[in-house]
Ligand binder design. Structure first.
Ligand code: ATP
Ligand code: MG
Length: 438
C-alpha cells in the first residue's frame, strides 16, 4: 500500500462542522461590511514577488523569512503566495485606476494568506484574513471609522475581552528624527541586545521596540518614544482619532511600543488584543499607510486599513458563545422501488425550489436502514415513499424531532403546504423554525 498523504504542515482542512461555523461568521461579516458601505474586491492568491518586497519592506519578518516564493517552472517568473492583502488591493486599485475613476474607495477582501512561520496555536502557514482598505482618505475620520466598525463587529459577535491598543507612528521627517535618536540610544546598549535586535539595529530599529524578549524589556521601555517626536499636524491627526473614539465610547490604551510588523504604516496604528488566546492574542491590526500607493507606482494617495485573523477570531467567538448548533437539514427522503425512487427525486426537486433543504437517500437498503440514516442526518422530517405511496401519488410524512407533530400521508398537491405548516407555522413547533447557525 502506498503511504497516505497529509496536508502541508501548518495548513488546515476545515471540516464540515467547523466550516459551517465559518460560513455563519462570514455571513455576519458580509452584513457588517455592507452596513458600513464597504465593497468587495477579489485579487489573485499569487502575485509577483516584487510586490511584497516593495510594499512590506525588505527588512521585515514576512519578507525576510516567511514568504512562500518560487520561480514559475515554465517561464522563471518570480512569484509569491500572498502573505497579506493590502499590497494586492493597492496594486489592483492602481492597475485599474479605481480611485481616479470613481473617487475614494471603501474596499474589503477575504481569503487565505500564506506565511512560513512555526505552526502553533493561533499561528498557521495558511491562515485567513478579512481586511478593509479605504483608499483616498486623508483625515483621522476614516482611521476612527475603522476602529469603531471593528468594535461594532465584536459587539455583533458578542466578543468580550478584546482591548484596543493605539499609537501614532508620525510622518516621514518625524519618524526619521525618532529613528536617529532610537539608534543612538540602542547603540549605547548594544552589548545587551539579542541577535535579532543587533541585526535590526540599523536596518529596522523600530521593530526592536516590539521585541518580546524579556531580557530587553527594560531597555525598550526606556527608549525614545515616537510620541515625543510628533509634529503639530501628526498630533492633531492623532487627537482627531481619539475624539471620535471617545464619542463612540471605545476605551483604548496608548501603547508607545506598538509599531506593527510592516514598513508601510504611518500615523495611526492600532491592534485589538485578547488574553484569552495565549501568546497569539492579536485578532486584528491596522492603520494608516499614506506612502504605499506611491511606493507601488501609483499617484500619491492617502489610505488606511486593517486586517483580522479569522482563525483567531473564530477561536475567540467559540469561547464566548459556547456550543454551536450544526447546520440543520430539513428533510430526508426514504424510498423503496423504482417508481418510488423516481417520485422521490421529483418531490425533492420541487421542495428545494421552495428553498427547503432536502437529502434523497442514495444507495438503497431496507426501509429500516434508511430510516436510521434519516434519523442520523439530523433532518426534522422524513418523507416516506413506498410502492403504495408511489402508486397513489402520495407521500408519507414522519416527523423525526418535532414534538407533537403527527405522522401523516398526504397527496402530492398538499405536500408543500403541509410541510410548511409542520415546520414553520405550528406554534407548538417553534424549535423547528431555525435555519442552522449559532
Ligand atoms: P503576529 O504579531 O501575530 O505575527 P502580524 O502583525 O504578523 O501578527 P498582521 O500582518 O497584522 O499580523 O495580520 C493581521 C492579523 O492576521 C493578525 O492580527 C492575526 O490575527 C492574523 N495572523 C497573522 N499571521 C497569522 C498566522 N500565521 N496564523 C494565523 N493568523 C495570523
Ligand atoms: Mg507575524
Amino acid at each position: 500500500m502506498s503511504q497516505t498523504l497529509q496536508a502541508v504542515r501548518g495548513m488546515n482542512d476545515v471540516l464540515p462542522d467547523e466550516a459551517e461555523i465559518w460560513e455563519t461568521f462570514e455571513e455576519l461579516v458580509r452584513d457588517w461590511l455592507q452596513r458600513y458601505g464597504y465593497r468587495p474586491l477579489r485579487t489573485p492568491v499569487v502575485e509577483p514577488t516584487a510586490l511584497f518586497s516593495r510594499a512590506i519592506g525588505e527588512v521585515t519578518d514576512i519578507v525576510e523569512k516567511e514568504m512562500y516564493s518560487f520561480a514559475d517552472a515554465l517561464n522563471g517568473e518570480k512569484l509569491t503566495l500572498r502573505p497579506e492583502g493590502t499590497a494586492s488591493c493597492v496594486r489592483a486599485a492602481i492597475q485599474h485606476k479605481l480611485v481616479e475613476g470613481a473617487g475614494p474607495q471603501r474596499l474589503w477582501y477575504q481569503g487565505p494568506m500564506f506565511r512560513h512561520e512555526r505552526p502553533q496555536r493561533g499561528r498557521y502557514r495558511q491562515f485567513h484574513q478579512i481586511g478593509v482598505e479605504a483608499l483616498g482618505f486623508a483625515g483621522p475620520d476614516i482611521d476612527a471609522e475603522h476602529i469603531i466598525m471593528t468594535a461594532a463587529l465584536w459587539d455583533d459577535l458578542g466578543l468580550e475581552d478584546v482591548r484596543l491598543e493605539l499609537n501614532s507612528l508620525g510622518a516621514g521627517e518625524e519618524r526619521a528624527q525618532h529613528r536617529a535618536a532610537l539608534v543612538t540610544y540602542l547603540e549605547a546598549h548594544q552589548d545587551k541586545l539579542d541577535e535579532d535586535s543587533q541585526r535590526r539595529l540599523h536596518a529596522n530599529p523600530l521593530r526592536i521596540l516590539d521585541s518580546k524578549n524579556p531580557a530587553l524589556q527594560d531597555i525598550v521601555e526606556a527608549a525614545p518614544k515616537l510620541a515625543d517626536y510628533l509634529g503639530a499636524e501628526s498630533r492633531a491627526h492623532f487627537d482627531g482619532v481619539q475624539v471620535l473614539l471617545k464619542d463612540a465610547g471605545i476605551p483604548y490604551r496608548i501603547n508607545h511600543r506598538l509599531v506593527r510588523g510592516l514598513d508601510y504604516y504611518n500615523r495611526t496604528v492600532f491592534e485589538w488584543v485578547t488574553d484569552r488566546l495565549g501568546a497569539q492574542g492579536t485578532v486584528c491590526g491596522g492603520g494608516r499607510y499614506d506612502g504605499l500607493v506611491e511606493q507601488l507606482g501609483g499617484k500619491s494617495l492617502p489610505a488606511a486599513g486593517f486586517a483580522m485573523g479569522v482563525e483567531r477570531l473564530l477561536a475567540l467567538w467559540r469561547e464566548s458563545v459556547g456550543e454551536m448548533a450544526p447546520g440543520e437539514l430539513e428533510i430526508y427522503v426514504v424510498h423503496q422501488g423504482a417508481a418510488a425512487q423516481r417520485l422521490a427525486f421529483q418531490v425533492a426537486e420541487a421542495l428545494r425550489r421552495d428553498s427547503l433543504s432536502v437529502v434523497v437517500h442514495c444507495g438503497g437498503g431496507s426501509f429500516k436502514a434508511q430510516m436510521k440514516k434519516a434519523d442520523g442526518s439530523g433532518a426534522l422530517l422524513a418523507l416516506v415513499i413506498g410502492e403504495d405511496e408511489a402508486a397513489a401519488n402520495e407521500v408519507g410524512i414522519k416527523p423525526l424531532r418535532l414534538e407533537g407533530a403527527q405522522q401523516q400521508r398526504v397527496s402530492l398537491a398538499a405536500l408543500a403546504e403541509t410541510i410548511e405548516n409542520i415546520l414553520y407555522n405550528d406554534d407548538d413547533n417553534d424549535e423547528g423554525a431555525g435555519h442552522g447557525g449559532v
